[in-house]
Ligand binder design. Structure first.
Ligand SMILES: C[S@@+](CC[C@H](N)C(=O)[O-])C[C@H]1O[C@@H](n2cnc3c(N)ncnc32)[C@H](O)[C@@H]1O
Length: 214
């Protein structure tokens, strides 16, 4: 699909936002929806796993999982500002040598990247127009498990997202948010050989953990 998604996303996440998110994480720990992913992954009992975190932002998932579950991680992100903060924080935590940071739209570089045991996408599909392309590439890269969060598909959020996107249009900002159909994301992952083993709902976010069956 022709899309300058990386450029659009890169411009959408500023250095100030990245710094502020890192400050919050240091003060309060992972956000609630991120904790759902972390707990779900930990419930699998994996050790020395390799992790592929797509759109990892300031890197909370690998900062946490490199302490117990993961041996190494790859963090692919369309936002340079987020990647920069993630890399600096990883170095502070002594994890720098165990992480590969890649500034790109994951779908553009997926074919060059190896598979990982665990693939995560925390609040990422809602930033990307073509969920099929993104999730299919993510699923193809997972040997064991894939966990992701996405906004709940309710009438309120449908209206809210339309209003948000209208504001973006009026401000001439090309970045949009997307409420993708959950049933279609689930069917896609089933076709890729996964089954959903954990599902949790918060007010805004839903988290699903999938395990590879074939
Ligand atoms: C809302 S932020 C979430 C960041 C982090 N996962 C979290 O939950 O705090 C969305 C992130 O996904 C990244 N992103 C969106 N689409 C992407 C894609 N196709 N490839 C790589 N990164 C992507 C953005 O650059 C941004 O860092």
């Amino acid at each position: 699909m022709p899309c300058n998604c990386c450029e659009i996303t890169d411009n959408a996440f500023s250095e100030a936002e990245a710094r502020s998110e890192l400050k919050n994480y240091r003060r309060r720990g992972p956000a609630n929806q991120t904790n759902l992913i972390l707990n779900a992954i930990r419930s699998l009992g994996l050790k020395n796993a390799d992790l592929l975190d797509i759109g990892g932002g300031i890197g909370v998932i690998h900062h946490e999982l490199l302490n117990d579950v993961a041996r190494e991680a790859t963090h692919v992100d369309a936002s340079f500002a987020y990647l920069k903060e993630a890399e600096a924080e990883a170095a502070r935590r002594g994890h720098g040598e165990r992480i590969r940071f890649i500034h790109a739209d994951f779908t553009d570089v997926a074919s060059e990247l190896p598979k990982a045991d665990i693939v995560t996408l925390d609040r990422v599909v809602c930033c990307y127009p073509d969920f099929r392309r993104l999730l299919k590439a993510a699923a193809e890269h997972s040997r064991e498990a894939l966990a992701f969060t996405y906004p709940r598909e309710t009438g309120y959020f449908r209206i809210g997202f339309k209003i948000l996107n209208l504001f973006q249009l009026l401000r001439k900002v090309p970045f949009r948010v997307f409420l993708h159909p959950i049933i279609e994301m689930d069917l896609l992952l089933q076709r890729e050989g996964f089954e959903r083993v954990v599902l949790h709902r918060l007010f805004v976010w839903e988290m699903a953990l999938y395990k590879r069956t074939v």
